[in-house]
Write a protein that binds this ligand. Sequence first.
Ligand code: GCU
Length: 350
Amino acid sequence: MLDAANIPQVLQDISGTAITSPEAWEANRERLLSLLSREEYGFLPAPPERTEFKLLDRQTDCCAGKAVYEKWEATVWVKDHSFSFPFFGVIPQTATPSMAFLHLNFRNQVPDFYMPTEEIIDGGFAVFSFGYEDVTKDNGDFSSGLAALFPEPPGKLALWAWAALRVRDHMAQREEIDQENVAVVGHSRLGKTALLAGAWDERFAFVIANESGCSGGAVTRGKQGERIADITRVFPFWFCENYRKYAGKEEELPFDQHFLLALIAPRKLYICDAQEDIWADPAAEFLSCRLASPVYELYGKQGLMAETEAPVLNKGYHAGAIGYHLRAGCHYLSRQDWQQFMAFLKAHRN
Ligand code: GCU
């Protein structure tokens, strides 16, 4: 049973003293990042010694000429070894810089059924993306792809997040992009990845996790559907080894998932769910947003603004710095979700 009283409070330092100022929160933030890295995801590797971006394809007739399509290859060097992966950009042909999404995609195709590209362009946004398995396979093999560059690789979620930071490096070089308004977005396992990327890299002004659920946006204690025992049995390689010891022992975790959400504060965060997706557990995600909100309040901002304990179907909770919606239907990243993301970004543009 979900019960906020059983969940550790985020505004406490290591000695249990209440954190009451942004300065004290920031002093404690690195410790929390390390804690999550050590016990759950593994540590984010240092940035590469060198990165090169090579343009592979460019088309100016994309979306009826409203946008430019580009295919790039990123090559990263770590201690004399290199690894390359492709990524994509679709950028509106406008005179002023565009707000932008970095979409962590399941596939390396543009458009894609999880990425309604023309609609995103019509909304006034650029969208960069990559196919996550072009970075490292979604399995327990750490001897190929990006994983092979590191002697002690973290879990795969952290490796995908590291690759997202490299695409963000590229976006940072682009004048067409409004650098103050870049969102990282992912669905499900890639929603978990988006949260990690956002926690680690403050260049993401917005972080969007769609149906990220267990070990993502949802609190673990009292959660329905997927539990740590389930996720570490089927996908042990997403995490570091330490995480397995919490299978069936959620209450021993020295944190809960709202700590990850809180690491994004005071930047904007957006969490969303589908009504039928009990595996992810909308109620546990909504509670997590509520429990992360006090960190936003330290900065004089409202986090999740909601009057009810459970989310109302199809209501866009867009007023606070933590946005949320629950849509009808099943586990999916739908155009309806994208419409909500675009509305939230426009409402909170920096
Ligand atoms: C599985 C897994 C989830 C994950 C989902 C997805 O259902 O158990 O944790 O979020 O796959 O990535 O689609």
